[in-house]
Design a protein around this ligand. Structure first.
Ligand code: MG
Ligand code: MG
Length: 259
């Protein structure tokens, strides 16, 4: 699949989808309190999608391993869970960090964003991990310029995480986004031989879902027996922040910031 650049008109439509994603995450932030189950959060998100006439993009997302699609509306990943956690009976506790990832399609265009919610009194090291990971996303966005290569941005992200001693997850990466949730190119949060050999030139109209995942310990992860939930190998906490970002003539524009 080739990279598809988006017009100003298309970006407007993507912003409308992005605004809805932002609204869902805001709602999740409001209700994500000790005693609430992840299923309650997931149900609330579904109601926001339905009221807007949007389609949640994660429900029934196909897997090639178990032959069944993803069973929930959001990905909700707690503490050592990195991504793709499944909503259920798990009760949120004071001190948890709850990563909520939301993707929607509205009028044919997609938005994808994630945030890690700190619930109550979070351990200072874990809080720093969350704040730094959000900062790494911001660093990436601030350094996007047409004409630069993505590896230049990814290098800044990786260096920042390294300097703080965090593991940058390598098994999962960001992605292009538009009329489909996952489009080309792959957008890693680190520099690899593969990226350098197939670097991504940042051009006006390129839209990327940028999503750093940082671990307090090892960068290594594994998938649980449910076929979806990804956890850190050492069970230390992990944070995940994501925005859908368009490259403009002068820099970047965040489509999932609620504006
Ligand atoms: Mg996402
Ligand atoms: Mg994504």
């Amino acid at each position: 699949m080739a990279i598809v650049l988006k017009s100003r008109e298309e970006l407007k439509k993507m912003r409308t989808a992005g605004r809805l994603v932002h609204k869902v995450l805001q709602r999740c932030r409001e209700i994500c309190k000790p005693g609430v189950t992840t299923r309650q959060i997931d149900k609330e998100a579904y109601e926001v999608f339905a009221a807007a006439g949007a389609k949640g993009l994660f429900k029934n997302y196909p897997t090639y391993r178990l032959g069944e699609g993803f069973p929930a509306n959001l990905c909700i990943s707690i503490n050592e869970e990195v991504v793709h956690g499944i909503a259920g009976d798990r009760v949120i506790k004071d001190g948890d960090i709850v990563s909520v990832d939301c993707g929607v399609k509205l009028n044919g265009w997609c938005g994808d964003s994630a945030t890690t919610i700190m619930v109550g009194k979070v351990d200072p090291k874990t809080r720093q991990l969350c704040e730094a990971t959000e900062g790494i996303l911001k660093l990436a966005i601030e350094n996007i310029r047409p004409g630069r290569q993505w590896s230049q941005v990814a290098r800044l992200m990786e260096k920042k995480a390294d300097s703080l001693g965090y593991g940058v997850v390598r098994d999962f990466v960001g992605h292009g986004i538009g009329q489909s949730l996952h489009e080309d190119p792959k957008v890693p949060n680190y520099v690899s031989r593969e990226l350098v050999d197939n670097d991504i030139e940042l051009r006006e109209g390129l839209v990327l879902a940028i999503e750093p995942m940082c671990n307090l310990g090892s960068d290594r992860v594994r998938t649980l027996a449910d076929g979806w939930t990804v956890v850190t190998i050492d069970r230390k906490p992990s944070a995940h922040y994501e925005h859908t970002v368009a490259v403009t003539a002068t820099g970047a524009e965040v489509l999932t910031d609620g504006n």
